[in-house]
Design a protein around this ligand. Sequence first.
Ligand SMILES: [Zn+2]
Length: 403
Amino acid sequence: MDDGFLSRRGMVRAVIGSATMGIPLGCSQQTAGRKTLDLPLRTPAVEPTIKVRLLDLPTSVLKVGDSSTITRFGGKPFAGPLTISYTKENKGSTWKLLRGSQVLTEQQGGTLDLSSPSDFLINGTQFPTNSLSLRHQEGMIEVVGAFGLETYLPGVLQRELYSQWHPNTYRALAVAARSFALVRMKDRRGKFWHVRASAQDQAFVGGEIRTVATEAVLKTRGQVLTWNNQILCAYYSSCCGGRPARASDRWMSPANAVPPLSGQGRPCPCQKSSRYRWFSEVSGRKLGGEVGLGSIRSIKPIQTNPWGRTVQFQLRDNKGVTKNLPSSTLREKLRAAGADVYSGWVLRCENEAGSLKLTGAGFGHGVGLCQFGSEARAQSGLTWRKILSLGYPGAKIAFNWGP
Ligand SMILES: [Zn+2]
């Protein structure tokens, strides 16, 4: 999810997402007048399959398998560690399967489907999938794995939460992440992939998964958040800075203007995050250049949400010209100007000889479940259901595809 707090840490980079962070996705579901869950048709007892964009490879080489595995390429089985390459020439493109430098077989153009009787080892990391699809897209190779939804979710929790955190934090996030995934699956039905394995959708890793993550998914199996009989697009982020954001202030979609995505007035106990308050600085001249003004002298809050979180700021330059920006845009502009900021909620801005000293709050968009706040609530004895009710006020918990 947007700026999940592990996304900047130097841990295993088995999954490479796009470099662009914090894209406002929004969800396209409609909320009015529906009486039943508006979900993809499926047999209730059958676990849905989610297509996850695992890798964007800048090079045209992918390593799959090891000495004990079989890879099916073009329907034929090949044993051992193999390499997939993609070459584009004037007459067309070619996928090749190689062992060392020996070409075993080829396929002309199109997308490439690989399967295996066992879990795939991809560039040295094992993923719980035996079906991969590859395509060439805008100079990159997209590697997409097909996962059972419940098999996918532990890899999300593994990447999004700290290892020592409380089981109830894991369970709350399992339900939120499942809900978010199902909405994205519906929004992108029929597409080459449903979600990216990055903070743009949900962070995700393969490899060894800790027990608390797998147990949290198992204990909440099939359960989702709903509002008005639809699955909620359950956004979450690392730290809200003490006051939640409203989804509708950030993503202009009718589905986002609903009570469960609007936060609630009680303060969120996420002070243990190192980004609960953050400090940064930026050149007023550079920031002005990013927003089409002269050198910025001040950034002032001009509008807050009902919980006291600023949603609109006014920037003023050295000639007194002003420009109003929503917090998410301010965050982008600050980053573009070279500031190391973690949210768009600036609490204070002091101008010292052309340099703006910033104090801000939170990490991520602040909508929905706050991960650090959830952990504090779990530590204080709250159940995962109660944690969800505070993160998504008014939402119900229901079984989606059958217990
Ligand atoms: Zn919080």
